[in-house]
Design a binder for this molecule. Structure first.
Ligand code: C5P
Length: 237
């Protein structure tokens, strides 16, 4: 796919690892571990879409043009907080917990289908990390954001397994959840992400396909670490 960039920002000599896949495939946990191991920056692109969704919910914005404007002007940043790692801030307020709410995820997949929103967020994603090697995850990081990434991974797992993991995660936080409801909402979000016209969820043709259905988290991390190891060994940093 050609890269429809509003502004060209070169990758330079840094290494870029793009990890895409459906909700609950373990992208975040795996990418964080890989970033830590190799000293890469990490960008969770989903949280930026969630930031737009949260703002849209708070302000009651539904119009596509307005949503694009909201995304373009969004005062969003990641900051390192002592003992908590990177946290997401909107207008100076730590919104990391609100961003993880299911209603925000669902709204995110709606605003993510709006081309004006996607265009507005592209530059932020390409600039992120400056010259540092980076691993980023999302739905279109290997097909659109960094279609020239050095390594692309498509990470997936069965719907049942992904829903099970998400239910356990929410239970761990003390939230009462129905497995069936989570599974249905996930299926709905997957379908919307896969079927939208602009930058749908899809594996890049040159991506490594990793199915984590039968893998533990450590085994999943290991399979991506092996790929990055090869890349780092092959290329000067
Ligand atoms: O990954 P996460 O579940 O946080 O993403 C929330 C939503 O944001 C996804 O369902 C998807 O619609 C959207 N998204 C996207 N492109 C990305 C990352 C996320 O469209 N690169």
């Amino acid at each position: 796919m050609n890269n429809p960039l509003p502004e060209h920002i070169a990758k330079g000599s840094r290494l870029v690892v793009a990890v895409d896949g459906p909700a609950g495939a373990g992208k975040g946990a795996i990418c964080r571990a890989v970033a830590e191991k190799f000293g890469f920056s990490y960008l969770d692109t989903g949280s930026i879409y969630r930031g737009v969704a949260l703002l849209a919910l708070q302000k009651g914005v539904t119009d596509d043009e307005e949503l694009g404007k909201l995304a373009g002007e969004m005062p969003f940043e990641f900051r390192r907080v002592a003992n908590e790692g990177f946290r997401a801030f909107l207008a100076g307020k730590d919104v990391s917990n609100s961003l993880r709410e299911e209603r925000v995820g669902r709204k995110a997949s709606q605003v993510a289908a709006v081309p004006q929103v996607r265009a507005a967020l592209l530059t932020f994603q390409r600039r992120y990390g400056g010259e540092k090697n980076i691993i980023l995850d999302g739905r279109d990081t290997g097909t659109v954001v960094w279609s020239d990434a050095d390594l692309k991974v498509f990470l997936t797992a069965s719907l049942e397994e992904r829903a099970k993991r998400r239910a356990l995660e929410l239970q761990g936080k003390g939230e009462t959840v129905s497995f069936h409801k989570i599974r249905d909402m996930m299926a709905e979000r997957d379908a919307r992400d896969e079927s939208r016209t602009h930058a749908p969820l899809a594996s890049a043709t040159d991506a490594h396909y990793v199915d984590t259905t039968l893998l533990t988290l450590d085994e999943s991390i290991d399979s991506v670490v092996k790929l990055v190891d090869k890349l780092v060994g092959n290329k000067p940093r």
